[in-house]
Write a protein that binds this ligand. Structure first.
Ligand SMILES: Nc1ncnc2c1ncn2[C@@H]1O[C@H](COP(=O)(O)OP(=O)(O)OP(=O)(O)O)[C@@H](O)[C@H]1O
Ligand SMILES: [Mg+2]
Length: 300
């Protein structure tokens, strides 16, 4: 057994966490099929997670399990039905500049240039114009967009727009970066470049990141820990620790046996949410009881 696949079931010792998600419940009132009466759709139930300062967390789970709902709540954009989120021990009550949000759909303002999009959060903070321009230049360099300061979003490719969105959320220096499938809309090659850039930026800036993705490769590549969510209702099904050395590189990872082991484990955990009859090959071969590993507090 390698360091990458050691199994612990104990919780880490008590410590001050950057983010604490405590017993989060979320539900929505929806109209059921063919029914006139509304019913309550439970999306998240008893969701707990503690994230250390500077940690890179990725979240995977079946479509509709509540990943975006979770990020919206952490961002303060929606309120949970029950439970709390603490940042540095303080309960959040709405959106704030301590958290940056990068969404799948860029959410850039089409009438603003790259520079002025990046300056947005700084304007909200009341930072003077000259300093705003300096900070904007720094982040344009960081994401590799020098020369495009005066371009408008419609003049950029999807990957470039996503870089602007990342630069914008970093520019006002949030401590926590929330990213909801930020690279889903770009081609595979651009995705690799953006993944490598994000890891470099994260190492340079020491942000705490929660990153949602549908790609198990991306989840394993980026993370210190991967949160695997189960569905109906959305909850933490397992947490997989990724003990691969850093700096990592998207191209090299595919040949690392530890990386492949982690990727396969994530795949198995996600498959076990699939309808009965789907095989769990590795568990069957090794005789491991997957059900034991997927206890909510298990760290795989
Ligand atoms: N405002 C809302 N009103 C009613 N239902 C909602 C609302 N927001 C989300 N839902 C429902 O909550 C569930 C979880 O949605 P969510 O967008 O969080 O899933 P997800 O895990 O991000 O899925 P995907 O991987 O497809 O992005 C879905 O069934 C969705 O229909
Ligand atoms: Mg989503």
């Amino acid at each position: 057994m390698t360091a990458a696949n050691s199994v612990q079931t104990a919780k880490p010792p008590e410590q001050a966490y950057k983010i604490e998600i405590d017993s989060l419940n979320q539900s929505f009132s929806v109209r059921g099929e063919g029914r006139k009466q509304k019913q309550e759709l439970i999306v998240l139930e008893g969701f707990n997670l503690s994230v250390s300062e500077g940690e890179f967390i990725t979240v995977v789970g079946p479509s509709g399990c509540g990943k975006s709902t979770l990020l919206d709540i952490i961002a303060g954009l929606s309120r949970p039905k029950a439970g709390s989120i603490y940042i540095d021990g303080k309960k959040i009550s709405g959106p704030a500049l301590d958290r940056g949000f990068v969404m799948q759909q860029y959410a850039l303002l089409p009438w603003r240039t790259v520079s002025r999009n990046i300056e947005l959060g700084l304007e909200v903070k009341g930072v003077p114009r000259k300093i705003r321009a300096e900070i904007s230049r720094k982040y344009i360099d960081l994401v590799g967009l020098r020369g495009f300061e005066k371009s408008f979003p419609h003049e950029l490719s999807g990957g470039m727009r996503q870089r602007v969105a990342i630069a914008r959320s970093l520019a006002y220096d949030p401590e926590v970066l929330l990213m909801d499938e930020p690279f889903a809309a770009v081609d595979a090659q651009t995705r690799g470049v953006l993944q490598d850039e994000l890891m470099r930026i994260w190492e340079e800036t020491q942000k705490t990141i929660i990153f949602v993705t549908h790609s198990i490769e991306e989840a394993a590549l980026l993370a210190d820990r991967v949160v695997v969510m189960g569905t109906h209702p959305g909850r933490v099904k397992a947490i997989v620790k990724v003990d691969l050395p850093r700096p990592r590189n998207s191209a090299q990872m595919n040949t690392s046996s530890d990386f492949i082991w982690i990727r396969n484990r994530l795949w198995e955990l996600l498959q076990s949410d699939a309808p009965p009859g789907r095989a769990l090959p590795e568990a069957a071969e090794t005789g491991q009881d997957v059900a034991d590993e997927i206890a909510p507090d298990a760290v795989l």
